[in-house]
Ligand binder design. Structure first.
Ligand code: GLY
Length: 384
């Protein structure tokens, strides 16, 4: 039997992507009542994503601090999904320990991967250099021209849509959480403290603490003082979904990331036959049109790595918006406005960082203490 959530919850979460939903679930486990507001929860970037859990293969220069949080969240995944499976009555969250193979298309691309490998090793990360032949032995569908690559046995994947479904089920089973299918129009502030929100239809809800987890829309909320608004911007990604008919299985067993004439492409094979191809990176404001050029580039680069994809049915094209930040790192913790917290700006790593963010946020909401691993990602680091 579910009880109605209190009119004024302890915590109100704005945004029903993976970050908002997982924060709601973990926060309710701490005994707090939670209301989550989103007109269409789980339908934006969290739905579009490929679900790569690849802190080692997606390593970037200058992001060593973020690497620590990414690795911690990747390590937490197996336990997180097992707890979620139990909370969701056995629903499979879609976690798969598939490993990741990063491959190079031509000699210049191989140089890029060799640089990445040297950087990985300088940080003590494990990645095994393979010749083209060794890579093809692992993945026979790779093109004969593939010049070699890196096997990262610890980089895995999760089916983000199964993860969303499991989180919805866990939340529906928890009487402390209420999902309101409505958009928040405005934050209410009294005496220099966030006190609640007003929904699009004018309904006012008071709450003890408010979490801004609205992805790339987090910087647009009315009522938030300008110097408190998180500096997030939309970064468009176009992404495709293909199906592997059973006659072709197993098509790929690892996640394959490729560098093709300096472009990055990835192919993520699901256990149930879906193959996700991604993704473009475009600064196009809030535009989410799927373009002929975007689809062409994705198919061109994926085909250069795995020619057999041209035989597969193309079942979905989609564009969504990553929440980018000035330093490519997430924004997690209390803002400068008492009562208002942020869990946003996860850019390329929202799915990967879901466990670490949700657990840090639930700790902060329950105790007021900011856990050490997320301190560098404070909303207050950007100054005025
Ligand atoms: N992390 C994959 C992407 O952002 O496209």
């Amino acid at each position: 039997m579910t009880m109605p959530a209190p009119e004024s919850p302890d915590v109100l979460i704005i945004g029903g992507g993976l970050i908002g939903l997982a924060t709601a679930w973990r926060t309710a486990l701490r005994g707090l009542s939670v209301t989550l507001c989103d007109a269409a929860p789980g339908r934006q970037a969290s739905f579009a994503a490929a679900g790569m859990l690849t802190p080692v293969t997606e390593l970037h220069y200058g992001e060593e601090m973020l690497l620590g949080l990414n690795l911690a969240s990747a390590r937490r995944y197996p336990g997180f999904v097992e707890e979620l499976r139990e909370a969701a009555g056995g629903a499979d969250p879609g976690y798969r320990e598939s490993g990741t193979l990063a491959v190079a298309f031509d000699n210049d691309d191989r140089e890029m991967l060799a640089d990445l490998h040297a950087f990985q090793r300088s940080l003590g990360l494990e990645a095994e250099w393979l010749s083209g032949g060794e890579a093809r032995k692992l993945e026979p569908m790779l093109a004969p021209s593939v010049r070699g690559g890196l096997l990262v046995a610890s980089d895995h994947q999760v089916d983000n849509r199964m993860l969303l479904a499991a989180l919805f089920t866990a939340i529906e089973r928890d009487p402390r959480v209420r999902i309101m299918r409505a958009n928040v129009a405005e934050l209410t502030v009294a005496n220099d403290r966030a006190t609640g929100v007003v929904l699009d239809d004018g309904t006012a809800i008071a709450a003890g603490q408010i979490v801004l987890a609205a992805g790339c829309w987090s910087g647009l909320l009315r009522g938030v003082p300008a110097d408190v608004l998180p500096p997030v911007r939309p970064v468009k990604g176009q992404i495709l979904r293909l199906t592997v008919p059973s006659v072709y299985k197993p098509f790929l067993t690892h996640t394959v990331r490729g560098v093709v004439r300096s472009n990055h492409a990835y192919l993520v094979p699901r256990a149930h036959g879906e193959l996700v191809l991604g993704a473009t990176t475009e600064e196009q404001d809030y535009d989410t049109a799927v373009t002929a050029g975007g689809v062409y580039e994705l198919l061109r680069d994926a085909r250069a790595l795995v020619p057999g994809i041209t035989e597969l049915p193309l079942v979905e094209t989609r564009a969504a918006l990553r929440p980018g930040t000035p330093d490519n790192a997430p924004i997690i913790g209390p803002t400068a406005l008492p009562g208002l917290l942020a869990a946003t700006g996860h850019y390329r790593h929202g799915v990967l960082l879901t466990p670490a963010t949700a657990e840090a946020m639930s700790e902060i909401l329950a105790t007021g203490e900011v856990p050490e691993p997320v301190k560098p990602f404070s909303p207050q680091r950007f100054g005025k």
